[in-house]
Design a protein around this ligand. Structure first.
Ligand SMILES: [Zn+2]
Length: 313
């Protein structure tokens, strides 16, 4: 079928421009329109306009100095206290974030039957908040917490209330906000913070996100592989693909012969694997492309056949 064939589009290096030229936007619309089963991979760049801090600047430089390592978190009570003290404020920022035009555009695209799967590297839950259902949260989500001793799960909001009760007078100065619901505090404040433990067994609590030094669960990777195999193209949005779990998806897709495009303001690790890349504001570009694409489909007298009527479950 001609619509699923790989289409060759000249590489468009417009990453230094604030806005993509009209022709580049048309190429993006063409790419998205010619693939019925689009796998969309999203990263931090998609959520910065929702008020979530970015991981990297346009040149790919890491913006966060000292991420907590999984092994330290599990081993060391002081590390866990530091994590939860910072998360106590970081979560308040996450709670205020709401889906932006790109999250909403992707939800609309999914409802129109044009997305096989969204895979996100973000842990902010904004795709689901926007109404998307076919979402794999590659690195988990901050809104859930579980006990590392007995496995009991609880909502992050409930834990927040427990921490508020435990720390009624603890009010350190917030120096800034980092990605993943982390706030920068004066280190002298940590010892004064009381950490909540599992109500069932007293065990340590951990957010359901993949920490540095931790691996993505096997069943989630399996779902990712299935999603790649049942898609006919990949669109990367707002990710530099520096983290291996995201880069691996693009590599796997290319191995299967799928065309891959990216909207990212700056370099990606997979630039040499991309069919084309658009620079500029990924939220604005995606929202414009989806609008152009769906209004074209909706106004067409002979609408395209939907990709697939039902979902897997
Ligand atoms: Zn427990």
């Amino acid at each position: 079928m001609s619509t699923t064939r790989l289409i060759r589009i000249p590489t468009l290096d417009v990453s230094r421009q604030a806005d993509a030229p009209a022709g580049a936007l048309a190429d993006l619309v063409e790419f998205m329109s010619s693939h019925q089963r689009l796998l969309v991979l999203t990263g931090a760049g998609l959520s910065t306009r929702s008020g979530i801090p970015a991981y990297r600047d346009a040149s790919g430089q890491w913006l966060r100095r000292d991420p907590i390592l999984y092994q330290d978190f599990m081993r060391c009570e002081i590390t866990r206290r530091r994590y939860w003290a910072r998360s106590f404020f970081g979560w308040q920022l996450m709670q205020q974030a709401s889906p932006n035009a790109a999250h909403l555009a992707l939800a609309r695209l999914e409802k129109a039957g044009r997305i096989s799967q969204i895979i996100t590297q973000n842990v902010d839950g904004l795709h689901r908040a926007a109404g998307s259902d076919q979402v794999i949260e590659l690195h988990g989500r901050l809104s859930a917490v579980s006990c590392q001793a007995c496995g009991l799960g609880l909502e992050r909001d409930l834990l927040q209330r427990q921490m508020e009760t435990l720390n009624p007078d603890w009010q350190p100065e917030v120096l800034g906000y980092n990605p993943d619901g982390d706030a920068e505090l004066d280190a002298s404040a940590y010892p004064g913070f009381k950490v909540a433990a599992c109500e069932a067994c007293g065990g340590p609590l951990k957010p359901d996100v993949v920490f540095f030094g931790e691996t993505v669960p096997g069943n989630r990777l399996q779902a990712v592989n299935q999603a790649i195999e049942s898609s006919d193209a990949v669109l990367v949005i707002g990710s530099s693909l520096v983290v291996m779990s995201g880069y691996r998806i693009v590599r796997q897709a290319r191995k299967l012969g799928l065309p891959v495009a990216a909207i990212n303001d700056g370099r990606t690790r997979a630039d040499d694997l991309l069919d084309f890349k658009l620079g500029g504001d990924c939220v604005q570009l995606l929202a414009a492309a989806v609008e152009a694409m769906l209004s074209g489909i909706e106004s067409s007298s002979q609408p395209r056949r939907p990709a697939q009527a039902g979902h897997d479950n």
